[in-house]
Design a protein around this ligand. Structure first.
Ligand SMILES: Nc1ncnc2c1ncn2[C@@H]1O[C@H](COP(=O)(O)OP(=O)(O)OP(=O)(O)O)[C@@H](O)[C@H]1O
Ligand SMILES: O=C(O)[C@H](O)[C@@H](O)[C@H](O)[C@H](O)CO
Length: 241
């Protein structure tokens, strides 16, 4: 049975995609395109690197990567293409985090954990209600991605300061890692205007980055591709087989 995704109520930081053009049955199994040719595990080479295992259709897509890798650009278009709700994690940074980055000081775990817990709560609430979501979020470390999917109890580091209730529920998440060289991405950041994130912080973003690896459910796409090619690759991965 095919199911059309619903639009939900808009909240600050939420953005809404256009009319859905792809519907995925909620409980059917999803296999990345080309998985059959790639052999066991479903890994395939087309995107550069992929460990998108056979899984239930994802309730949420995380578009991750260092600053300037294209998360907001790709995430917005993807949500529009899918008709899924879009969140940009940057809209949820507390003022102190934005000020810190604005001063050229990289965030640390303590700065990021309450922010990620909050995003987890938002994702879980939506996914639990049947709302499908695209989240653009740096999510640079494995631990950060664990917090997004499992909440603080599932993560290696706790976030007591968030004062939020522990949540054990997990969601089906497909991670899309936008990956590129320092040179290409810094070139784009230097051209980008009107953004609070100073290009000087890019080095620390690369130093912090833990690229997703098995058993995470992810695909990695080169930022050398143009945005349409990136979207097409993700849509291809989401296609039912
Ligand atoms: N695939 C691409 N090819 C060429 N330019 C791109 C591509 N993706 C994004 N850009 C451009 O690169 C710049 C950075 O993109 P974007 O702001 O979406 O990155 P981001 O990862 O969301 O950054 P941040 O985390 O700092 O908010 C923008 O000017 C955008 O237009
Ligand atoms: O984890 C982080 O260090 C932050 O999320 C940064 O990635 C910024 O928010 C983003 O890059 C701003 O544009």
């Amino acid at each position: 049975m095919r199911k059309a995704w619903k639009r939900g109520a808009g909240k600050p930081g939420e953005r809404r995609g256009a009319q859905p053009s792809l519907a995925l049955p909620g409980r059917e199994r999803l296999r990345p395109s080309g998985a059959g040719k790639a052999g066991a595990g479903g890994a395939r080479k087309a995107t550069g690197r992929s460990q998108a295992r056979v899984m239930a259709a994802p309730g949420a897509l995380l578009v991750m990567g260092v600053s300037g890798s294209g998360k907001s650009t790709v995430g917005t278009l993807l949500a529009s293409e899918l008709g899924w709700k879009f969140y940009d994690a940057d809209d949820y940074h507390p003022e102190e985090n934005r000020k810190k980055m604005g001063k050229g000081i990289p965030l640390n775990d303590q700065d990021r954990i309450p922010w990620l817990c909050n995003l987890h709560d938002i994702l879980l609430r939506d996914v639990a209600s049947g709302q499908h979501v695209v989240l653009a979020c740096s999510a640079l470390k494995k631990m950060y991605r664990d917090i997004l999917t499992q909440g603080k109890d599932g993560a290696a580091l706790k976030c007591e300061e968030s004062g939020k209730e522990a949540k054990r529920a997990e969601m089906q998440l497909l991670v899309v890692h936008l990956s590129g060289s320092f040179e290409v991405i810094s070139g784009r950041l230097l051209k980008r205007k009107g953004h609070f994130m100073p290009p000087e912080l890019l080095q620390s973003q690369f130093e912090t980055l833990e690229a997703p690896a098995a058993p995470e459910n992810f695909i990695q796409i080169s930022v050398d591709k143009n945005v349409s090619e990136i979207i097409a690759t993700i849509m291809e991965t989401l296609k039912m087989k």
